[in-house]
Design a protein around this ligand. Sequence first.
Ligand SMILES: [Zn+2]
Length: 334
Amino acid sequence: MANTPHPPPESFARYVGIDVGGTNIKFGLCASDGSILRKSSAPTDLLRQPEQIIRHALEFCGQEVKTSGQLAGIGMAVPGVLDTSTWCLREVVNLPGWVDRPLLEILRNESHLPSVIINDANAAALAEHANRQLSTESLALLTLGTGIGCGLTIRGKAFGGDHGCAGELGHLAIQFGDTAAECTCGRRGHLEAYAGAPAVISRAKSEFAKCEWKSLPGNLQKETISPLDVANAAEDGFSVAEQVIRDTGKYIGQALGILGQVVDPAVVLLGGAMTFGGANSRIGIDFLETIRETVQETTLQQVGSGMTIDFASLGNEAGVTGAALVARKAGNQS
Ligand SMILES: [Zn+2]
């Protein structure tokens, strides 16, 4: 049955999802609902070029799957600014040599499968959208970490905008003037300059510097601290740490209020490494509550009250699942 011209039945079909990150690349062999049947990962340093990554992905699927006619599509999620008219990356950090390469053509030529390239944040948003069994509702997935990203699923479809920059919430201006904090992009007042992990740590350090050294919790009495250290100190009742997290929630809520007024999504999810303990901690829940309150305070009543804001569910495998889900759509259309 090798090289069958007809797509395999849905229950039998398998899709390859690849999530290319600056540090690691994740691979998944997925069922038609996006669930990962088998997974693997490799350091990006080892597989530097798209061709190597695609060959590795096909090898990972195994000879049996490759020749059985089960493979029905392949999707590759990539970071950076993706031009969806040419399927080239226009800007990306940590992937030297990738800019302006025709990624969709390369994926098709290497795999001979229905192929899709998608922005990684949008892939993760699609996976969360499917996981919540949403249909035409819109969803935004905010990724909180060193940078702040946002994947958008609008009316059930990934949305990258005309220049691949839709949902770049980290670079939304929330403060203005010459005293506004400088962002990594060189502009001032952007959300990332207030609520990205380095900004949160820097604000925490300057607040903690005003305290008596001996009054600081043990986990803050070190040179390098993380947002989780701040969350742990807050959990232990250190009010200065609680305030830093509350302020961060307000900044994020302000940006989400603007997103709400523009896009009016039914669901906004918070993912990434910096959720201050997330749903399993009092501080994580307080952080979420501050964001919800700020959105309510800054938007029209219909927008704020209609927006469900919650933590994301799928963790760091969402990109692989989302890439496989778009590959299924591409397979069904070919
Ligand atoms: Zn910026």
